[in-house]
Design a binder for this molecule. Sequence first.
Ligand code: PHE
Length: 340
Amino acid sequence: MQDKINEIEQSIDKAVQDVKSSKTLQEIKMKFLGKTGTISALMKNMRDVPADERPKMGKLLNALREWCENKFDELENRIKNLELKKKYADEKIDVTLPGKKPEDGAIHPNTLVKRELISIFAGMGFEVFEGPEIENDYYNFTALNTPSDHPARDMQDTFYITEDLLLRTQTSAGQVRVMENKKPPIKILSPGKVYRSDDDATHSPMFTQMEGLVVDKGITLCDLKGMLDEFAKKIFGENIKTRLRPSYFPFTEPSVEVDVSCFECGGKGCRLCKGTGWIEVLGAGIVNRRVLEGCGIDPDIYSGFAFGMGVERIAMLKYGINNMKLLFEGDVRFLKQFKA
Ligand code: PHE
């Protein structure tokens, strides 16, 4: 028996000689100490050993098992330590290496213009109000004096969600929400996304508008003109003039289209202004009495003006961008060219 034990001890020594990973060590350990391993088999054979020899044999076998267990424990510890050291070495970070600078983004020209507009109008006492992009037909059209059979609905190709819900085609929808909830004096600026089924070099199915609404006693077209003069000078330059041309919107009466003198040629006529010396920048007008009435504001006491402009259009004019698609591509090389 002692010979057999010596043999087992030797074969274990040999088996573990070159072991480098805990996984192979575990496999070898199972071969000797596992349920079906060599030592277990010897233990089972004890049944066949004559009774008087059993105590001696038991002692020998127990000593063998203990020897084995100690051996494997010790090896396990050693290998685990080595593995840990290797892991630390592999994961070592050189904190003295120079850092990688994250690529800078840029503020989108739309955002630049939006911020500039808000700051100009905030300086004149306007508050910002943001209405919902999904609107009821009522706020987008009916309450703005555009009932369902009104031909002016065709001015805007609307995306309908249901018969009654739509993607707002104009931030003017917010006017009614404001006037329903707030009594004059009202002075709000309402920026936001609007949607129309329209797509070419100067139109996009989604674009941004900036709406303004002022309601108080004695507001006239003169107030609108004065305020727009101020706005045009601030955004396009000191020498800019404005002019009003008659137009039509169902919710304003009278309605006007507002032009600014061409900042490219100073009004002499060039490619930008198509030789006219003027550039159209927004729609505006005196709030229609019917709209005020519908919001519970007495049109015999109060009056107001409203205006709405396309933010992309202002950005394109201000920065000389000739294709609206550039504003939606998000190319950082393009965006980086613009500064406030
Ligand atoms: N909502 C109009 C449009 O989208 C612009 C506008 C706003 C006109 C306010 C008059 C007053 O075309």
